[in-house]
Design a protein around this ligand. Structure first.
Ligand SMILES: Cc1ncc(COP(=O)(O)O)c(C=O)c1O
Length: 419
């Protein structure tokens, strides 16, 4: 999101922030947030509230059913605000599809787009993405669609837009890429990429899962066609959201029951009943961001959550600086992704240690109540391209705004004698 950074960076009210997440009161340290963040207390409460009060099917004339429908419509409106928190332009509630996970939503999107593709059409995928945004598109090769890989540049350690430019053609229908790698933790210039793709007549499908926990989304500014993220990594419940630009939604084929072939909105992809209680509880996430913003700046108003994200960004920069400078001091450590902190570098820090398998490190932290992780994180193509498959992938420490400097210090004290 483009928000004007105030001259003095706002700071987070950490005591209040942590009090909003009951799971953080345990003695352990959660540094596996890119796997899944702690849910807000309000999310837990609203899940239970919905299940207790409206255990009914929607669409009937009796009072509870009608009320449940109203509650969910309000929740959908609220969740849609997450897609553009700049305050000026709202995302219409019928532009978001709710599903169990980003993997399932992108899978449905691909099945829904498939009938509109012809033999020889091209789809671009990366070798950096989580498989959620690769496998569904690669499967379309069976239909004669050509799938081309936009490769990681081994010199820069990034996906380079110049490489994409060379791949694009008048046959490109779709470019599928991640907004931020869940291993390398760096944001890509989405608007620049989207403009390039649109110029040649294609559309984009962006995986925002590793971006959304850290920065405000701005689908209008980015001009993206499809954008998906998982609420369970953004302090919410286990469900996910897919944004479809109006023209993109229109072009989708209905996957729902045949009698619903006239469907024009999210009903094309929301098959049968979906997790109502989770949509209801997800509405607590934008509410939290507004409250946080009020506390950061002492006032609210249009664009308020942008200030909460500014404070998060400043805090996350402190956390990643601490960890990265420690890792930099270790000659056997190689950081995967940018080794220096920066505004586009999130506190998702992956590394490998010369002479050790990545699988050896997290169990050492387990013994100290610190949760980190190793592996390919469902991005096995990236790990293979980096030549790290044989060392069990990478060690990943993933932090979010509720983590503290003290927690990072604890981790550093445990890792100090090991690395
Ligand atoms: C970058 C990225 N994309 C997609 C996914 C898949 O999300 P889901 O579990 O909601 O399918 C993940 C999950 O770890 C991820 O990190």
């Amino acid at each position: 999101m483009q928000s004007d950074l105030p001259e003095v960076r706002p700071s987070l009210p950490m005591e209040w922030v942590r009090s909003q997440f009951p799971a953080l009161s345990a003695s352990g340290v959660l540094l596996d947030n890119a796997g899944g963040s702690a849910p807000l207390d309000t999310v837990c409460e609203r899940t239970a509230e919905y299940m207790r009060r409206w255990p009914v099917q929607l669409g009937a004339s009796y009072r509870e059913s009608a009320l449940a429908g109203e509650k969910l419509a309000a929740a959908r409106r609220e969740v849609a605000t997450l897609l553009d928190m700049s305050g000026d332009r709202r995302v219409a509630p019928d532009q978001i599809v709710i599903g169990a996970s980003t993997s399932s939503l992108i899978g449905r999107l691909a099945r829904s787009i498939a009938p509109t593709l012809r033999e020889g059409d091209q789809i671009v995928v990366t070798d950096v993405d989580h498989e959620a945004n690769i496998t569904p598109w690669r499967r379309l090769e069976d239909r004669g669609v050509e799938v081309i890989t936009w490769h990681l540049d081994m010199d820069s350690g990034r996906l380079e837009t110049d490489d994409l430019r060379r791949i694009l053609s008048e046959r490109t229908r779709l470019v599928c890429f991640t907004h931020a790698s869940n291993i390398m933790g760096e944001a890509l210039p989405v608007r620049e990429i989207t403009d390039m793709v649109h110029d040649c007549g294609g559309r984009v499908c962006v995986d925002g899962v590793a971006y959304a926990p850290h920065r405000g989304l701005a689908v209008h500014d980015w001009d993206v066609d499809f954008y998906a993220f998982s609420l369970y990594k953004v302090y919410g419940p286990h469900c996910a959201v897919l944004f479809c630009k109006a023209a993109g939604m229109e072009a989708l084929t209905n996957l729902n029951h045949q009698f619903m072939d006239g469907e024009t909105g999210p009903g094309k992809l929301e098959l049968g009943a979906f997790p109502y209680e989770l949509l209801y509880s997800a509405a607590a996430v934008p509410a939290y961001l507004r409250q946080l913003s009020d506390r950061v700046n002492g006032r609210s108003g249009p664009g308020g959550p942008a200030r909460a994200y500014d404070a998060m960004a400043a805090h996350e920069l402190t956390l990643s600086s601490l960890l990265l400078s420690f890792l930099d001091s270790k000659s056997r450590v190689r950081v995967i992704g940018p080794s220096r902190p920066g505004p586009h570098r999130f506190p998702t820090v992956s590394f490998v240690v010369r002479g050790r398998r990545s699988s050896e490190i997290p169990p050492i932290c387990d013994a100290h109540g610190i949760g980190i992780r190793w592996g390919h994180f469902y991005a096995p193509r990236l790990v293979e391209r980096l030549g790290l498959t044989d060392v069990d992938g990478v060690v990943r420490v993933s932090m979010v705004h509720y983590n503290t400097e003290e927690e990072v210090d604890r981790l550093i004290r445990v890792l100090e004698p090991v690395l």
